[in-house]
Design a protein around this ligand. Structure first.
Ligand code: PEP
Ligand code: MG
Length: 550
């Protein structure tokens, strides 16, 4: 079978058995494969299998994360067995729908009913119907489900139409050696997570790539070459191993740069930070000579969980990152959930255009702010501990997706209140705690001067700034060419924002994927960018580039 090509994420290679995760069928219109009686039998078998799997998950999770967090699985098991749900599915099957279509239709109908309820708890349950429908459709289509990966006695290469960030962070690294998706793009959070997890991946291989047909076959995923090779020959395996060795050698050759500062040939000192998602990456950042963490994507703590991480749990994560950094600074970005980063337990509303919807700071400031305050308390406590220890290494807070000065003012007011309450409760606080914001919405970049007087620092989120300036969904491979490279309009916005920020004495970094493109190092420094922040894997390559800049 032919080699499948796509966009490689990372430089690694992986060999293993391909495991196809079948997608959830798209809706109630699919033609039924069998008679209503056959579709009913398929549905009943899938519902039974789902209940058994969910019960097993519940038993396992209860031991690991406790009764409360595990309860979600027993709720899903109950939905799979629920009479109202079953009746609705059977009614639709009786009308001639496929089992998959009937499951999705019934789940949507019940979710809409729950969403309209007055009770918060019941409204939140609406999302559970989507989850259980996806699980049932996995079982109906005969594909593997994320929760029942096969055991071939060798590593797995997961293949799917697409993976959500939550699915990606939940991949079992002891069994999964890489993944390949028909859709996706290098700027998506799924790709960013793959880099964080050092997981070789291939995205955007196209909807017509025969991934499903490769289920169970041995494949070689070569991220550097952007290829997935089915049934690799001995020569192909050797060529892949040689490429991986060459990439490793290149990286080893750069190790001499670790101890050298990120300074241009002309003597300009540039801060080179690391982007991290998981606290343990702070150790990699230090080992690779980063000047600190320019972006900690705190939402990664929320994505892999069954419930929002509490104050103590977050504090432990921030503390461990701060301690690993020692004297180096740590910028923690507050929760940027929404758009492609969804978590079931928050019961977020379905949105027509989620990337333009209730995401990041908008979500944190909307309605009940418990989620936001809990996170701010954990960040402020971590900052207070660092300050009290006198060990240097400030912890700073950064707000994502700020569009209007009013949002920044509200976020800063919450921060101030949290600091005051913590001090009143006797916790150490950092009186010098600094706050900044992501510059990633064109409306904010165009009026940067209005924000510049309000907070201490800025970091350009080029991934979103490109998506919103070019009106090109960062998830959608079909419009990726519009967003490729560094569009001139985006560079104009960055330059404009950096000038306005410098005029009021602030500094402006850049932590989107543009910072990791060596071809962009010189142009970005010329625009006045003070800090580049990249994933640990890119640190040395970008440092080499900075040192060659005039
Ligand atoms: C960005 O938008 O460039 C950014 C760094 O944030 P994220 O990729 O998490 O949206
Ligand atoms: Mg962003």
């Amino acid at each position: 079978m032919r080699t499948i090509r796509g966009t490689g994420i990372g430089t690694g290679a992986a060999i293993g058995r391909l495991c196809w995760l079948a997608p959830m069928s798209e809706g109630g219109t699919a033609a039924p494969a069998g008679s209503p009686a056959e579709e009913e039998a398929r549905f009943r078998a899938a519902a039974e299998a789902a209940q058994a799997a969910l019960q097993a998950l519940y038993d396992e999770a209860r031991g690991e994360v406790g009764e409360e967090a595990a309860r979600i699985f027993s709720i899903h098991a109950m939905i799979a067995a629920d009479e109202d749900f079953t009746d609705l599915v059977l009614l639709r099957i009786g009308r001639g729908e496929s089992a998959e279509g009937a499951v999705i239709g019934a789940a949507r109908e019940l979710a809409d009913r729950f969403r309209a309820m007055n009770d918060d708890y019941l409204r939140e349950r609406a999302e559970d119907f989507g989850d259980i429908a996806a699980r049932l459709c996995d079982l109906l289509s005969g594909g593997q489900s994320m929760n029942s990966l096969p055991d071939y006695g060798e590593p797995l290469i997961i293949a799917a139409r697409d993976l959500t960030p939550s699915q990606t962070v939940g991949l079992d690294r002891t069994r999964v050696a890489g993944f390949v998706t028909a859709a996706g793009s290098p700027g998506s959070h799924t790709a960013i997570l793959a880099r964080s997890m050092s997981l070789p991946a291939l995205v955007a291989v196209g909807e017509d790539a025969p991934l499903a047909m490769l289920n169970g076959r041995r494949v070689m995923l070569d991220a550097a070459a952007g290829e997935l090779i089915p049934d690799p020959t001995a020569e192909q395996l050797a060529a892949g191993a040689a490429r991986a060795a060459a990439a490793e050698e290149e990286e080893a050759a750069r190790e001499s740069l670790i101890a050298l500062p990120a300074v241009t040939a002309g003597g300009r000192r540039v801060r080179l930070g690391a982007n991290i998602g998981l606290p343990r990456e702070a150790t990699d950042a230090v080992a690779l000579g980063a000047d600190g963490v320019g972006l900690m994507r705190s939402e990664f703590l929320y994505l892999g969980a069954l419930r929002p991480p509490g104050e103590e749990e977050q504090l432990a994560a921030y503390r461990s990152a701060a301690e690993a950094l020692g004297e180096l600074p740590l910028i923690i970005r507050t929760l940027d959930i929404g758009a492609d980063k969804r978590v079931d337990y928050l019961g977020l509303p379905e949105e027509e255009n989620p990337a333009l919807g209730l995401r990041a700071i908008r979500l944190c400031l909307a309605g009940d702010r418990t989620l936001f305050r809990t996170q701010l308390r954990a960040i402020c406590r971590a900052a207070g501990e660092r300050a009290a220890a006198g060990a240097g290494g400030q912890v700073a807070v950064m707000f994502p997706m700020i569009t209007l000065p009013r949002e920044l003012d509200e976020a800063l007011a919450e921060l101030e209140q949290v600091q005051a309450s913590l001090a009143a409760e006797g916790y150490p606080t950092d009186p010098g705690l600094t706050a900044g914001m992501m510059m990633e919405v064109p409306a904010a970049a165009l009026r940067a001067e209005e924000f510049a007087s309000r907070c201490a620092f800025f970091s350009v989120g080029s991934n979103d700034l490109i998506q919103y300036t070019m009106a090109a969904d960062r998830q959608n491979a079909a419009v990726a060419p519009l967003a490729a490279g560094a569009p001139a309009a985006v560079l104009d916005l960055i330059g404009r924002a950096a000038r306005a920020i410098h005029e009021t004495g602030g500094w402006c970094g850049l932590c989107g994927e543009l910072a990791a493109d060596p071809a962009m190092t010189a142009p970005l420094l010329e625009l006045g960018i003070d800090e580049l922040s990249v994933s640990p894997a890119h640190l040395l390559r970008i440092k080499a580039q900075i040192r060659q800049c005039p």
